[in-house]
Design a protein around this ligand. Sequence first.
Ligand SMILES: NC(=O)c1ccc[n+]([C@@H]2O[C@H](COP(=O)([O-])OP(=O)(O)OC[C@H]3O[C@@H](n4cnc5c(N)ncnc54)[C@H](O)[C@@H]3O)[C@@H](O)[C@H]2O)c1
Length: 396
Amino acid sequence: MIIKPKIRGFICTTAHPDGCEANIREQIAYIKSQPALSDKAPKKVLIIGSSTGYGLSSRLVPAFAGGADTLGIFFEKPPTERKTASAGWYNTAAFEKAAREEGLYASSMNGDAFSNELKEQAIQRIKDDLGQVDMVVYSLASPRRQDPQTGDVYRSVLKPIGESYTNKTVNTDKAEVYDITIDPASEDEIEQTIKVMGGEDWELWMKALSNAGVLTDDCRTVAYSYIGPELTWPIYWDGTIGQAKTNLEECCARIDSMDGIKSAHVSVNKAVVTQASSAIPVVPLYIALLFKIMKEAGTHEDCTEQIYRLFADQLYSENGPQTDDKNRIRIDDWEMREEIQAAVAKVWDQVNTENLSSISDFAGYQKGFLKLFGFGIDGVDYDAEVDPMRDVNLGS
Ligand SMILES: NC(=O)c1ccc[n+]([C@@H]2O[C@H](COP(=O)([O-])OP(=O)(O)OC[C@H]3O[C@@H](n4cnc5c(N)ncnc54)[C@H](O)[C@@H]3O)[C@@H](O)[C@H]2O)c1
């Protein structure tokens, strides 16, 4: 079939297998252009949420900068003869192919990471294939979670708390800047968002893995957060999602003190274009402005550059991770530099539909969005017939 992007708001319902593969190869080439990770780097890594965004990079970096075997878990749509897979499926197929070429073990599980069943299956897979893992990355982003004990379904919302919030946002389809007002969340919505995007499930994973004896003595674990600038705080850090991230930090402290786990950290990462971030009001406009300023400053990074820095300069560096006063690793340090944020604040007041493309890197934002689905990549012939079927190693 010939595969073109079909965009509906902040979702693209098609993905290009060759484009996703080209993207993966590009990430691997970047990783290989960097120094290899130290001897301390993990050799057997479990990544929960491994198919796109920060989780995908957390699979690529230990594999291709450290020679690690990886087990990846995700929730993706496989292809049929008539319909493309979701991008994360193609990313995984391409990742596994490249890992196999290097003689690395790579297998995957496609299902609901929140469920007890998947946790049990993952433990069995580790026992059978890897024995133990020395690192667990938790990088889920999901709009819903079914509680494995009660069966209750929780949904996360992106809303302010206490009062409504009005700010500029961008309609990414129409390239229009307009004011959006978001009503505050109810107590129930706050609680539900914490249930979905907080740390409860990470803690359940770590307990289950530890109790099953599949973690090495020096096993580290990390989960990801975002804080961002004050202009997005009402919708992010002070909003429902910020409450969930505060809960993630509380769970992190408990995991860190669990027997048999060397360390647990929350890493605060930079704002990047992913399927998760494109769904947040206001944030895509901030990202478009930020990208232009960081590109001009020569400090722009995407997921893979960020995660390489997390592994090489923080988690597995000579002196171990440097943390802030809340024990968080801050690889958002370049984004949060005073001069970068002052420059963003200045253009934030000025940006409108007319000057969007000159004042911001909206083109870079759109390119980044299409790239998530394997589109707009140099060297890929998008007019050519392509077979949508790609294999992922889901175990025997
Ligand atoms: N995107 C950003 O700008 C940004 C910045 C800082 C921190 N973060 C954080 O990074 C983490 C990952 O976010 P992302 O932006 O990379 O998201 P993403 O949407 O690219 O990836 C989410 C991953 O979770 C998997 N997933 C979702 N539901 C699942 C389920 N029920 N079972 C199994 N797998 C499931 C998906 O398959 C995918 O692999 C989140 O905690 C997010 O808050 C993101």
